[in-house]
Write a protein that binds this ligand. Structure first.
Ligand code: ACO
Length: 331
């Protein structure tokens, strides 16, 4: 059994917010933000929700795959910023696009979410339960950001990306002899470091608890701890994935990493001893969109003709949880 990504789609809110715009809100500078993160601007939703962004990305992915919404078996939305606890975002997407035959649920692994969702879809297909899936990473992080906290508000943006994944009973071989599909996946979590990057859900007002518990609903981050975690864990889990697949860094055409920070990506490239040209980036224009960064970049590369059949791609995500993962696929 082989799985193929036969369609990709993405969408970004129209409103651009530059570093210069942020200078009006907090004590920061374009120079500081660019130097430390590589980000110049990000998109901020002024009306779109995680579900509406997801639905737009899904429609594009389905169009590319030549499928209708009724043909979709499974919808998985990876998000850490849903507007609604109930119903889940995936069910809202099902309703908007009219995927009446799909099972739908959400999954939260923060910035690793898209990969965890892709891996979940893969095992469902491997087990023969579903033939296809829409796998989505979608976030409206702008509502989780404290816009008076310069340590975090400069980092994040909003957007969504989707991939339509299909199972194929026949093995498909590309001209370079590589077999299409997922070669291997590695995923892991370290809950002991969870509070390094956190966001509480809401204050508790329970009739059976005397004191109302008021909590901050905004993202809290220890940036240096996240940086250390990412630069150590990402190369380690990519190496683990490559070892499992029986290949080396040289056998990889492209590393599609979670777009958190240019310095993290450069450090990973250096530790892997891989050429930085194999690490496409788009975070300068859209910032860190957590679970949406990998599928949005994948769609950009796919539509831009930068991914060819037979290319071997390593996708790697890392983020709150703490969570991390790497997946090796042949396109
Ligand atoms: N503008 C100007 N100054 C700032 C800003 C800002 N936006 N933010 C913080 N500072 C100041 C701090 O107040 C501090 O000032 P002080 O020395 O007077 O106290 C100084 O800059 C240094 O602060 P640090 O937090 O030590 O800055 P650091 O060099 O660590 O850079 C950064 C911060 C960019 C967040 C870095 O830690 C990093 O890249 N961490 C990775 C975290 C990340 O990418 N998170 C994204 C979300 S998580 C994920 O997607 C996996």
């Amino acid at each position: 059994m082989t799985i193929k990504i036969t369609g990709t789609g993405s969408t970004l809110p129209e409103k651009k917010v530059t570093n210069f715009d942020l200078q009006e809100l907090v004590e920061t500078s374009d120079e500081w933000i660019r130097e430390r993160t590589g980000i110049a601007e990000r998109r901020i939703s002024t009306g779109d929700t995680v579900a509406t962004l997801s639905a737009k990305a899904c429609s594009k992915a389905l169009e590319m795959a030549g499928k209708t919404a009724e043909e979709v078996d499974l919808i998985l939305v990876a998000t850490c910023s849903p507007e609604m606890l109930l119903p889940c975002c995936a069910c809202q997407v099902q309703d908007i696009i009219g995927a009446s035959n799909a099972a739908a649920f959400d999954l939260n692994a923060a910035c690793s979410g898209f990969l965890f969702a892709l891996n979940t879809a893969y095992v469902y297909m491997q087990a023969g339960i579903y033939k296809n899936a829409l796998v989505i990473g979608s976030e409206v992080l702008s509502k989780l950001v404290d816009w008076s906290d310069r340590g975090t508000c400069v980092l994040f943006g909003d957007g969504a990306g989707a991939a339509f994944v299909e199972a194929s009973a026949e093995d498909i071989f590309r001209d370079n002899g590589r077999k299409v599909g997922m070669e291997c996946m590695v995923q892991g979590s370290d809950g002991t470091k969870g509070m390094v990057l956190s966001c509480a859900e809401r204050s508790v007002d329970n009739a059976f608890i005397a004191e109302k518990q008021t909590i901050s609903p905004y993202i809290q981050m220890n940036g240096q701890e996240v940086y250390k975690f990412a630069t150590r864990q990402v190369p380690a889990c990519i190496h683990e994935a490559l070892d499992k697949a029986g290949i080396t860094v040289e056998d990889v055409d492209m590393f599609v990493l979670h777009q958190a920070n240019v310095r993290i990506i450069e450090s990973v490239a250096k530790r892997l001893k891989a050429d930085i040209s194999k690490f496409p980036m788009n975070l300068d224009k859209i910032g860190n969109m957590s679970s949406a960064t990998i599928p949005v970049l994948l769609d950009e590369l796919n539509r831009g003709g930068r991914i060819q059949g037979g290319d071997r791609i390593v996708m790697s995500g890392f983020g709150a949880g703490l969570t991390y993962g790497a997946t090796v696929i042949v396109w």
